[in-house]
Design a protein around this ligand. Structure first.
Ligand SMILES: Cc1ncc(COP(=O)(O)O)c(C=O)c1O
Length: 393
């Protein structure tokens, strides 16, 4: 692909396309560099947010490792990281047939429950450092679908239950080597993290004193060093009292604004008095749009533009819609529509519903070039449907 810069180049990409910007990712990671260097807080990038292999490779020098949620993600990381960096895993359900492989690939395992810790400890602890995910029972998220500390949460051992287990002195509780908590979602207030740390310390100080690592999870958004002042306070609070390694694993803060979906208008028609523009993408390429009912930012939108359209996805679902948008010039078949700030939880959740192909993947590289990284095709769809080479297995 020839060198192209700026919007005019984006408009020439094959669509639908997912474009990620390496500079944006590296700039966001550089905000955390002080924490790695001066505070000794280790940064892990969570693959659940974004897992394009070449991009993870670009991130590698700026992080201490990655956090994963499954055997496949652990394998993917080790494929390009080798044994250079740290891999941490947590999932609500470890499988008995995977635990050995997982413990070979991962340095840290946070079991989600005391029962899983008890069941798998001996098979995992020869290779990995074992701890648990805790639910500090301190809620900050209103929408319970995204609240890890909701009532009857499935995520982590509730702190009151852990206190009781602690008193019982069960053998497996004594084996806890570290803890993970991830309790927030898109919060811009990192004071909530500091509050959480102090809350756990106050409730179960004997636990902190025994640990060799603490993983603070992700769930926070930040734009600069100033936003991170409470993180510094939380890290100092812990380090002044305890001798532990501290991990922080922000996802959306690193890649959220670094990704765009570029699409093309396939058709325009009127329905009950409104103009519908059908695009060659779908909410299934960015499922959180539908799940959260978010109206994504469109680069070409003009707030007081007099041409209004409902931007619609290309699948059969009536609700496959992005919303109503104004433009200063009329759209036509072939016009480009660019959805911005959709870097996180996009392709990792995308599906081929209706057999619609996945977006091509392009990197906007550090020197401003657009580089094609991946093109999906019928073979991917065929193998997903059980056909092709997999059909004979
Ligand atoms: C354990 C854990 N760590 C990190 C993250 C990343 O969160 P975010 O992308 O909101 O920073 C998540 C997201 O669900 C998570 O569950």
């Amino acid at each position: 692909m020839t060198r192209k810069n700026g919007v005019s180049a984006i408009t020439e990409l094959h669509t639908p396309a997912f474009v990620y910007d390496e500079n944006s990712i590296l700039n966001n990671l550089s905000i955390l560099s002080k924490f790695r260097e001066s505070f000794g807080c280790k940064i892990l990038f969570p693959l659940k947010t974004f897992s394009i292999a070449d991009a993870l490779d670009v991130m590698t020098p700026a992080v201490n490792g990655f956090s994963v949620s499954s055997l496949f993600e652990a394998k993917l990381v080790r494929e390009f990281l080798g044994y250079r960096g740290i891999v941490h895993i947590t999932t609500p359900g470890f499988r008995p047939d995977e635990i050995e492989d997982i413990s070979k690939l991962c340095d840290y395992i946070s079991f989600n429950s005391l029962s899983q810790l008890k069941r798998f400890y001996h098979r995992a602890a020869t290779q990995a450092k074992c701890g648990i995910r805790i639910n500090p029972q301190l809620s900050f998220v209103e929408d319970c679908r995204y609240n890890p500390c909701r009532k009857h949460s499935k995520l982590g051992v509730p702190l009151d239950q852990l206190c009781a287990a602690w008193q019982s002195k069960s053998w497996f509780v004594k084996k806890i080597n570290g803890i993970l908590f991830h309790t927030n979602c898109e919060s811009k207030d990192i004071n909530q993290l500091l509050q959480t740390v102090k809350h756990i310390d106050k409730t179960l100080p004997e636990l902190f004193a025994k640990l060799s690592w603490i993983n603070l999870g992700g769930g926070y958004l930040f734009n600069n060093q100033d936003d991170l002042a409470p993180l510094a306070e939380a890290v100092n609070f812990i380090k002044n009292k305890y001798d532990v390694d501290i991990f922080f694993e922000p996802g959306k803060a690193i890649v959220g604004e670094a990704g765009s979906i570029v699409s093309t208008v396939l058709d325009i028609f009127s329905s009950d008095g409104k103009d519908i523009a059908v695009l060659d993408t779908t909410v299934n390429h960015m499922p959180e749009i539908f799940e959260y009912q978010i109206r994504p930012e469109v680069m070409q939108e003009s707030i007081d533009g007099k041409y209004e359209y409902i931007l619609a996805g290309t699948t059969c679902l009536a609700g496959d819609l992005f919303g109503e948008y104004q433009f200063s010039r009329p759209l036509k078949t072939g016009s480009r529509i660019i959805f911005q700030k959709v870097g996180a939880y996009t392709l990792v959740k995308a599906s081929m519903f209706n057999g619609v192909n996945l977006p091509m993947i392009y990197a906007r590289t550090q020197d401003g070039k657009f580089e094609l990284k991946k093109q999906f095709d019928y073979e991917h769809f065929l193998s997903k449907c059980g056909g092709g080479t997999y059909a004979t297995v």
